[in-house]
Design a binder for this molecule. Structure first.
Ligand code: OGA
Ligand code: NI
Length: 333
């Protein structure tokens, strides 16, 4: 069994975390200071829709402010998440598993059983919808964990649905097109904990990947940077903007938009002075949903992707390594 990173202090980077020389993060080439679009959700609706359309097409990423989820709740989520990773090793051991099919699991790296090089990350992954079904299996410690996280899950789902409506409209589709097309959506959460790393230039928290789901809502550590997004062949650092949420288009929205919106490569790097935390919420099509490029869009451009069920896609995604070719490449028509 692989070991959680968060159960001890690391003075040196173990060999199994060292990336080959050609695959390292190259910090000096990362672009800082430019920003992915920031969208104010209190702006006039037309403006929001056009900004979302532009961002989804050219960045695949944007940040939202005035999104309606209280700052205070975001802070509580971060605080309880940190508290979780500080639990005694024995407590965390109980939740540990390498099996990606488990609906609540504490694990490390990405897919420990398959990968050759590990990532400097521990994570708690949980199914979150419907809450009544999965909450009983969530960690029962810290005491307020279930209460705080479930409150956040509800808020995030609401925000996600609102964004999917705006994304539909921005594609020239009916407001509820995406919601209907994706069926009763699942909601998953990954609480990512990236401990301080003795040699951050040799490894990743998460290597370059695209998200296999439809839409991701990421709550970043307000103080510690680490997220990079690929834009025109260069990595851009997404510096934290306190109170904002980072939104990205996942593979399923790229397919549904017939390639117009981009599920772009992104990665998380680590650093030697501070641990970093992020909470990713993933909206996912129901397993049986048949994903296909929207008909209205294939009248303009022939379908880029074939029809497939999300079940088929998800199984393919987890059977591979994170940093292979874009998983959607395997579903071209
Ligand atoms: C993810 C992810 C980025 C981060 O969990 O899929 O991309 O900054 N996380 O933790
Ligand atoms: Ni991701």
């Amino acid at each position: 069994m692989a070991e959680l990173l968060s159960t001890k202090i690391h003075e040196t980077l173990p060999e199994k975390y060292v990336r080959p020389e050609t695959q390292r993060p190259l910090f000096s080439e990362v672009i800082t200071g430019t920003k992915i679009p920031i969208i104010d959700l209190k702006s006039p609706v037309d403006q929001i829709i056009s900004q979302i359309g532009h961002a989804s097409q050219s960045y695949g990423f944007f940040q939202v402010v005035n999104h309606g989820i209280p700052d205070e709740l975001l802070l509580k989520v971060m605080a309880i998440a940190i508290e979780f990773f500080r639990l005694p090793a024995e407590e965390k051991e109980k939740l540990y598993t390498d099996d990606p099919t488990k609906k609540v699991r504490l694990s490390t790296s990405f897919n420990v059983a398959r990968e050759t090089v590990h990532n400097w990350r521990d994570y708690l992954r949980m199914h979150c919808y419907p809450l009544e079904k999965f909450m009983p299996e969530w960690p029962s410690k810290p005491d307020l964990f279930k209460e705080v996280i479930s409150t956040y899950c509800k808020e995030v789902r609401q925000l996600g649905m609102k964004l999917l409506g705006a994304i539909s409209l921005s594609l020239g589709l009916e407001e509820d097109y995406i919601k209907e097309a994706l069926g009763e959506q699942e909601q998953h959460m990954a609480v990512n904990f990236y401990p301080q790393c003795p040699e951050p230039e040799l490894t990743y928290g998460l290597p370059a990947h695209t998200d296999p789901n439809a839409l991701t809502i990421l709550l970043q550590d307000p103080e510690v940077a680490g997220l990079h997004v690929l834009k025109d062949g260069k990595w851009i650092a997404v510096d934290p903007l306190p109170g904002a949420l980072v939104i990205n288009i996942g593979d399923q929205l790229q397919a549904l938009s017939n390639g117009r919106y981009k599920s772009v490569w992104h990665r998380a790097v680590v650093n030697s002075s501070k641990e970093r935390l992020s909470v990713a919420s993933f909206l996912c099509p129901s397993n049986s949903a048949l994903v296909s490029p929207a008909k209205k869009l294939t009248e303009i451009t022939p379908p880029v992707y074939r029809d497939y069920t999300y079940d088929e896609y998800y199984k393919k995604f987890w059977s591979r390594n994170l940093d292979q070719e874009h998983c959607l490449e395997l579903f071209k028509s």
